[in-house]
Design a protein around this ligand. Structure first.
Ligand code: ATP
Ligand code: MG
Length: 184
């Protein structure tokens, strides 16, 4: 059984994630999709909860007509100790052959446990990037075209845009407050 693991924070799920998942599914029997930093939410770089990202991914995979018997969606919480992280992931996931991730630390940690790694082929990386999606949301630019339609719907349902804007305002006012108190 060819079963691989792909990991991403997916803040939010975008078309790059869907493209790499589709491409990988042509090469394997089953794919485990790990949602990284699952416990994080409500910050500018991690606005959505693990559960909200499960919802986005489930809806997007359905929109792309991907056979549900071919994948497992597993939320993966971070742990404080990097050296134990691979064991933590193995505890939570079905057995897998290799890991697909563009993250240098993920690659390093799996290599140290002798688990093969594959660098994903990147699709339209200038646009299909979580950082770019979040930047566009904050700047009132077109972010919708970078996401599957079903993910746009989930973000609307959970009032995700208001959340990101509120967090940004809060962070800006906190920085201004810190500057002011440092000057006094
Ligand atoms: P962020 O900018 O928030 O870090 P990201 O776009 O890098 O978001 P992540 O949630 O960090 O996405 O997930 C990273 C993983 O998702 C990569 O290791 C890769 O497997 C996949 N991925 C992300 N963007 C693309 C893309 N454009 N094409 C193919 N795979 C992608
Ligand atoms: Mg990333």
């Amino acid at each position: 059984m060819k079963r691989d693991l792909i990991v991403g924070r997916m803040q939010p799920v975008h078309k790059g994630h869907l493209n790499v998942i589709q491409e990988t599914l042509d090469e394997v029997d089953e794919l485990i999709i790990g949602i990284g930093s699952a416990e994080k939410s409500h910050t500018l770089s991690n606005p959505f909860t693990g559960g909200e990202r499960v919802l986005m991914l489930t809806k997007a995979l359905r929109e792309y007509d991907i056979d549900p018997s071919k994948y497992y969606i597993i939320p993966l919480e971070d742990i404080a100790c990097n050296s134990l992280w691979v064991g933590h992931v193995k505890m939570l996931t079905p057995p897998f052959r290799k890991v697909i991730s563009g993250n240098a630390l993920v690659k390093q940690l799996f290599a140290e446990e002798n688990i093969p790694h594959k660098q994903p082929h990147l699709f339209n990386r200038e646009e299909y990037s979580g950082t770019e999606v979040r930047r566009r949301i904050l700047n009132n630019e077109d972010w919708q075209s970078l996401l599957p339609k079903s993910v746009v719907k989930v973000i609307e349902e959970i009032k995700g845009i208001e959340r990101i804007r509120n967090i940004a305002q809060k962070e800006v006012s906190e920085i201004a407050y810190e500057k002011k108190t440092n000057q006094n």
